[in-house]
Design a protein around this ligand. Structure first.
Ligand code: SF4
Ligand code: F3S
Ligand code: FES
Length: 250
């Protein structure tokens, strides 16, 4: 099949066209099972070597190739052409400064990430028998879902609250905070909840829900944000009901 790509281009150093603009590329002999990333490679390698994008693993793990594909955030390496059609529009993710073509400045995103202390905090000595700090299967399940985050930014850059105010810490940072706040072995929950109670913290989330379907890792982003909001209201992560604890109707 033939496929047409319409790609948002921008090169501030160009002497001929330094403004953002669209450019079309046609590709022949495309298989339904080709991934969008492979076809962007074909464009770069066969038609225009100046096309600039980030990618690394090609397997949905590194999180570097989040982009807006036909109006929705996705990882280019995970989307098959049969799922996007014969006309594919590609833009950089929104809300972060574009540096060149599909490459955005991720520094504000990582600044928000660092602000929630995304690392294990426990100042008590390790157990004398040298074993790991143990926890129950139920306690581990409370943050299992949020351990899957690959920091691709698809959630944060699909959030209208973040587009409106880049100071909002954003769903990705909250997901990362959730992973540690609800870890029974961690001792930094109070500090993280203080950071997230800031006016630019969780309360800027208006439950718009763009973030959850944008997540390529199936993380229940809006639920995680809701659990952090509840923990702030209660002053502690203790006793917050996890979706896994709710009896299912059969
Ligand atoms: Fe990406 Fe999902 Fe993590 Fe957001 S929560 S950064 S969408 S993996
Ligand atoms: Fe934004 Fe997701 Fe909240 S889209 S407003 S962070 S539910
Ligand atoms: Fe690594 Fe797509 S290239 S997630």
């Amino acid at each position: 099949m033939d496929v047409t790509f319409r790609i948002r281009r921008y090169n501030p150093e160009s002497t001929t066209n330094p403004k953002p603009h669209w450019q079309e590329f046609s590709l022949k002999d495309v298989a339904e099972t080709d991934r969008v990333l492979e076809l962007l490679h074909r464009i770069k390698w066969e038609q225009d070597g100046t096309l600039t994008l980030r990618r690394s693993c090609s397997h949905g793990i590194c999180g570097s190739d989040a982009m807006r594909i036909n109006g929705r955030n996705a990882l280019a390496c995970k989307l098959l052409i049969r799922d996007v059609g014969e006309k594919v529009q590609i833009e950089p993710i929104l809300g972060l400064r574009v540096l060149k073509d599909l490459v955005v400045d991720m520094e504000p995103f990582f600044e928000h990430y660092r602000s929630v202390m995304p690392y294990f905090i426990n100042n008590t000595p390790v157990p004398a028998d040298g074993r790991e700090r143990l926890q129950t299967i139920e306690d581990r399940a409370k943050f299992d879902n949020t351990t899957n985050c690959i920091l691709c930014a698809a959630c944060t850059t699909s959030c209208p609250s973040f587009w409106a105010n880049g100071k909002y810490v954003g769903p990705a940072a909250i997901v990362q905070a959730h992973r540690f706040i609800f870890d029974s072995r961690d001792q930094g929950a109070e500090e993280r909840l203080d950071v997230l109670a800031d006016p630019n913290g969780v309360w800027r989330c208006r439950t718009i829900y763009n973030c959850t379907p944008a997540c390529p890792r199936g993380i229940e982003v809006t639920r995680a944000i809701g659990e952090v909001k509840l923990a702030i209201r209660k002053g502690s992560p203790e006793g917050i009901i996890n979706v896994n604890d709710i009896p299912q109707h059969t």
